[in-house]
Design a protein around this ligand. Structure first.
Ligand SMILES: Nc1ncnc2c1ncn2[C@@H]1O[C@H](COP(=O)(O)OP(=O)(O)OP(=O)(O)O)[C@@H](O)[C@H]1O
Length: 263
């Protein structure tokens, strides 16, 4: 599988009034084209910091102090280097937890899609915007694309809003999508449908998917490989089934033990 995203020895710290706090410690992670990698771990383990480092969206008091991130062989992040501006929203799409907050309540879905396309696709015109907007909603398995295009976010269900948010992330045809806890706010049935949609999209579009979640079962259902994070480090990574069936690290075993069972 050809490598798409390579994170090598990435260390990130926050500057605080009483000194520096290490948020990521020598993190290694790789994602190939058409591959889904889950990053799991409890709250505060550094998952979001890792996802945000890839797209250059770290907080102002946070900086990279070691290692690097490359996309398709191009080094985009290293200490003192941030070349993420040209890949964010184009080669890399992002979906966050709460679609309601990432969508502007005063803009119809049509205007959201048009804005993203105009910002990121050079020379795109009205007809093409219309064609690609309908096409991406259909890719999101939205059957009444024209009605959805004319809707404001509040007129859509939570599941539909999240589909629109995913559509906005892929309409520019990125090679990598980063999804950060994007199913957490959804009920279980809607969550399952969104996971199914991601599975289809990865297959159809051949994108790489970085799927951040605290839910180890969800990750193992969707992902080819899983990286388990604890205190800013990747403590274990491997094929999803291996991590689930034969966890090597105590922390992974504890995460597994914390999953409620029906029996
Ligand atoms: N700008 C910042 N300044 C100081 N500390 C920060 C900053 N951003 C994140 N942190 C700390 O870094 C740690 C990792 O945070 P991060 O949000 O990456 O964890 P997470 O695994 O995504 O957690 P969650 O699942 O709750 O989102 C936490 O302890 C957090 O408080």
């Amino acid at each position: 599988m050809s490598e798409l995203l390579t994170v090598s020895g990435l260390s990130v710290s926050a500057r605080l009034s009483h000194g520096d706090l290490r948020l990521l410690d020598e993190v290694d992670l790789a994602i190939g084209r058409g591959e889904t990698v889950g990053v799991v771990g409890e709250s505060g383990s550094g998952k979001t910091t890792l996802a945000r480092a890839v797209v250059g969206l770290l907080d102002r008091n946070v900086r990279v102090d070691g290692g690097s991130i490359s996309l398709a062989g191009d080094r985009i992040v290293a200490p003192g280097t941030d070349r993420t501006g040209r890949i964010r929203g184009t080669a890399v799409g992002m979906v966050f937890q709460d679609a309601s907050r990432s969508l502007n309540p005063l803009m119809k879905v049509r205007a959201h899609l048009a804005e993203v396309l105009r910002r990121h696709v050079r020379g795109v015109g009205g007809d093409e915007i219309e064609r690609r907007s309908v096409e991406v909603l259909e890719q999101m398995r939205i059957t009444d694309a024209r009605r959805v295009l004319e809707s404001y976010p509040h007129q859509l269900s939570g599941g539909l809003r999240q589909r629109v948010a995913i559509g906005l992330a892929v309409v520019t045809r990125p090679s990598l999508v980063i999804a950060d806890e994007c199913t957490t706010a959804l009920d279980v049935t809607t969550q399952t449908k969104v996971v199914e949609l991601f599975r289809t999209l990865v297959g159809e579009l051949g994108i790489g998917l970085l799927f951040v979640t605290h839910d180890l079962m969800l990750a193992s259902d969707l992902c080819d490989r899983i990286a388990v994070m604890k205190s800013g480090r990747v403590v274990e990574q491997g094929p999803a089934m291996q991590v689930l069936d034969r966890p090597e690290h105590d922390y992974t075993r504890r995460l597994l033990a914390a999953i409620p069972t029906w029996t």
